[in-house]
Design a protein around this ligand. Sequence first.
Ligand SMILES: [Cu+2]
Length: 200
Amino acid sequence: MSIRFHSLVVLAGAGVLFVGCENNPSQPAGPSSVRSAQSAVLAEPAQLAAKGASQHVVTMFDACDPETFDAALGAGTCTRSGGVRFATFLDQLGKHHSIGAWHFAPPEVTMQVGQMLVATNRGGETHTFTEVDEFGGGIVPILNQLTGLTEVAPECNRLAPKDFLAPGASSSEEEEDAGVEKYQCCIHPWMRAEVRIAAK
Ligand SMILES: [Cu+2]
């Protein structure tokens, strides 16, 4: 099987690459009305401690191999050392519809109204931590195809540049409403977390 990439669009400032495949051109993400959490500026632990808020952290992991990911997607795509080669990544995705090294940990969080939810990228690639009504595909058509997530989560089409979390970056928000929230990566849509928020 050969997969040809013909369009690479660099999102300025976010260091993220969108990959379009020839049957399914990628759609640019619109900047408007992002309802998800991720916009907030990184909250330093000291600031949180000062506010007296307790925080729950979801860590975003991947295992990209810089040499092969950068060769396929552009320099700077992957900033960790070693890992899963790009061809293996695509092959595994096609076979299993997900690849476990790319994940949110923990996948389930239980917390209370008034507490902080923090997402931190400890991988080598850019990820998003996007609240969605229902889990679905993301913004990279080839990854949607390989995972079988052909129905794109609409929230992923409304991302702003600040929603893209580069390696080392975090986002945080204070949870204000009780309920269950779903979060996914809009690049790697099998990366998911469910957050249960109890009333105070
Ligand atoms: Cu991701």
